[in-house]
Design a binder for this molecule. Structure first.
Ligand code: PGA
Length: 257
C-alpha cells in the first residue's frame, strides 16, 4: 500500500523567521498522525536552518529546484550534492512555474531527474497541461510527452525508480482557486500509471502520484480519497501552518475510512 504524502511548496514566500516559526509548530500541529508523510519544500536559503529544526521529527525537507551538475561554474545555481549534504530528501523537478517563467525544457528536466537519482534525492516530478491544451483535448498527449521525455534514457534500478513521486499539476489549476475535478484527476493519474508500465508493473504500482493545483482543506479529500492519487502538492494552502496541518490530518483520516 502506498503511503499518503502531502508536500508543501512554499515557492518564493516567507522570511527565515517565518519559516522557523512554521517549523517550530508543525510537529505539534500534526502530533499523532503517523500514516501521512509530510514534506516541506522551502526556499534554498532556509534549508540549513530547517534541517536542524526537523532533525528529530518525521517531517522531511525538499528543495524546489536544483541544477543537474555536481559542481561547476554555474552562477546562482544549487547542486544536488549541496542539498544532499544538508540532509535534504526531496526535490521538486519540472514545476510548471520553472517551465513557464524560467524556460526549463524537457531536456533539462530529464537531466535533473537523472541527477536526483544519481545523488540520492527523491524527485517530485511535475507534469500537467495548460488551459489551451486542456480545451483542445490534448491533456494525455501533453502528459505522455512530458513524462516520457523526463524518463528518457534513465538508467535507474527499479528499487530506486519506484521511490519517485509524480505530481499531476494542471497549470490552469495552480494558484487559480479552481482545482481540477477529483474524478478527472484520478483518470489522469491512472493514465500516468499506465505510462509507467513500460518501467515494469511494480514501478507503476509503487510510484506515488500526487495532485496539485488549488488544493485546500475543503477540497483535499476529493483527491486523497481516489484510488490512484496518493496525496497532494500544495502551494498557497501550505503557507499557514494550521492550514497545512489540517490537510495532513484530513489525508490521514481519509486513509482510515
Ligand atoms: P497552489 O500551487 O496550491 O497554490 O495552486 C500548487 C503548486 O504550484 O504546486
Amino acid at each position: 500500500m502506498r503511503q499518503k504524502i502531502i508536500v508543501a511548496n512554499w515557492k518564493m514566500y516567507k522570511t527565515l523567521s517565518e519559516a522557523e516559526e512554521f517549523m517550530g509548530s508543525l510537529p505539534r500541529e500534526i502530533a499523532g498522525v503517523d500514516d501521512v508523510k509530510a514534506v516541506v519544500c522551502a526556499p534554498f536559503l532556509f534549508l540549513e536552518r530547517l534541517a536542524v529544526l526537523t532533525a528529530k521529527t518525521a517531517i522531511s525537507l525538499g528543495a524546489q529546484n536544483m541544477h543537474w551538475e555536481k559542481e561547476g561554474a554555474f552562477t546562482g545555481e544549487i547542486s544536488p550534492v549541496m542539498l544532499k549534504d544538508l540532509g535534504i530528501k526531496y526535490v521538486i523537478i519540472g514545476h510548471s512555474e520553472r517551465r513557464q517563467f524560467f524556460g526549463e525544457s524537457n531536456f533539462q528536466i530529464n537531466k535533473k531527474l537523472a541527477a536526483a537519482f544519481a545523488y540520492g534525492l527523491i524527485p517530485i516530478l511535475c507534469v500537467g497541461e495548460n488551459r489551451r491544451q486542456r480545451d483542445a483535448g490534448e491533456t494525455e498527449e501533453v502528459i505522455e510527452k512530458q513524462l516520457n521525455s523526463a524518463l528518457d534514457g534513465l538508467a535507474v534500478e527499479k528499487d530506486l525508480l519506484q521511490k519517485m513521486v509524480l505530481a499531476y499539476e494542471p497549470v490552469w489549476a495552480i494558484g487559480s482557486g479552481t482545482p481540477a475535478n477529483g474524478e478527472e484527476a484520478n483518470v489522469v493519474a491512472a493514465f500516468m500509471r499506465s505510462l509507467l508500465l513500460k518501467k515494469g508493473q511494480e514501478v507503476s504500482r509503487k510510484v506515488s502520484i500526487l495532485y496539485g493545483g488549488s488544493v485546500n482543506p475543503e477540497n483535499i479529500a476529493e483527491f486523497t480519497d481516489k484510488a490512484e492519487i496518493d496525496g497532494a502538492l500544495v502551494g498557497g494552502s501550505s503557507l499557514n501552518v494550521k492550514t497545512f496541518a489540517a490537510l495532513i490530518r484530513i489525508a490521514s483520516s481519509e486513509r482510515r475510512t
